[in-house]
Design a protein around this ligand. Structure first.
Ligand code: CP
Ligand code: NVA
Length: 310
């Protein structure tokens, strides 16, 4: 996707709908040619730095393998081992890393911090999850839907749970491809108003709808895709007991998915807690695409890396 060369990926709000579509098409192409053993070495000689302030299985491994498959290298760094862990300014870190690396993927607590890094770095910065967004996840989610539903036309996606980073990026991704999306949360856990307003503007242009509700049944009614994330995100562990109570009516179970279309897809960004946000009957049942979705992180990110860094 040539218009993305040298660009950051902090949120899909900064991308056009055409760029999002093109990334998904490229991801599916790269998946096919990678499986045929012919992934092009578009990033030979390039190094991606990967900074983590939080745990990760999928993001870390898929970025590292993705760089390898494209002929480049990835370096894992935990923030506590870097001088930022001892208070070195983000601005200095951004300037210094730009002298060594071709790009940085960062998973951070604060989106503001990632923005500051991007402001001071002359190389592309890719968001690998912040408190506000998880754009790489949303691209893999779109890829999984496109590959299994054929197109996005007329589809409705229902996200049930916390109005968090994953929900925000899913809403933005959905409106870029013209899907209707309904987010159902308990009272007090609604998504960020500002992000929803921006997504509604994109939705208007693409003829789709964004709805925020506290009614899980209404959300799932006639949905083509039902989506879950954890009730307690990384860094919120001290709220776990309260969240278990507040979210108890928002579990995705057989009774709830009975309202979805008969051929609905179940998606979850993972990691998952069976019998909390989703029952084993649903996440391990015939409608679940979670492992394909996790694999698609690899291909969707290769599309991003190849577009931004090549
Ligand atoms: N879905 C996701 O980002 O997983 P990890 O936390 O394992 O990277
Ligand atoms: N909302 C979750 C997503 C994990 C991939 C978190 O932030 O922990």
């Amino acid at each position: 996707v040539s218009s993305l060369k040298g660009k950051d990926l902090l949120t899909l709000l900064d991308y056009t709908s055409e760029e999002v579509h093109d990334l998904i098409t490229l991801a599916t192409q790269l998946k096919k040619i990678t499986k045929a053993g012919k992934c092009p070495k578009l990033l030979e000689g390039k190094t991606l730095g990967m900074i983590f302030e939080k745990h990760s299985t999928r993001t870390r491994i898929s970025f590292e393998v993705g760089m390898n498959q494209l002929g480049g290298k990835a370096m894992f760094m935990h923030s506590r081992d870097l001088q930022i862990g001892r208070g070195e300014p983000i601005s200095d870190t951004g300037h210094v890393l730009s002298g060594y690396l071709d790009g940085v993927m960062i998973r951070a607590n604060s989106h503001e911090m990632v923005k500051e890094l991007a402001d001071h770095a002359s190389i592309p910065i890719i968001n690998g999850l912040t408190d506000l967004y998880h754009p790489c996840q949303a691209l893999a989610d779109l890829e999984t839907i496109a590959e299994n539903k054929g197109s996005f036309k007329g589809l409705k996606i229902a996200y049930v749970g916390d109005g968090n980073n994953v929900a925000h990026s899913l809403v933005v991704a959905a409106v870029h491809v013209g899907m209707d999306i309904v987010v159902a949360t308990p009272v007090g856990y609604e998504p960020n108003d500002e992000i929803i307003e921006k997504a509604k503007n994109i939705a208007k242009e693409n003829g789709s709808l964004v709805t925020v509700t506290n009614d899980a049944v209404a959300a799932v009614k006639n949905a083509d895709v039902v989506y879950a994330d954890v009730w307690t995100s990384m860094g919120q562990e001290e709220e776990t007991a309260k969240r278990l109570v507040d979210f108890k009516d928002y579990q995705i179970n057989d009774k709830l998915v009975a309202h979805a279309k008969p051929d609905y897809m179940f998606l979850h960004c993972l990691p998952a807690h069976r019998e909390e946000e989703v029952t084993a009957s649903v996440i391990d049942g015939p409608h679940s695409y979670i492992y394909e979705q996790a694999e698609n992180r690899l291909h969707a990110q290769k599309a991003v890396l190849a577009s931004i860094l090549a």
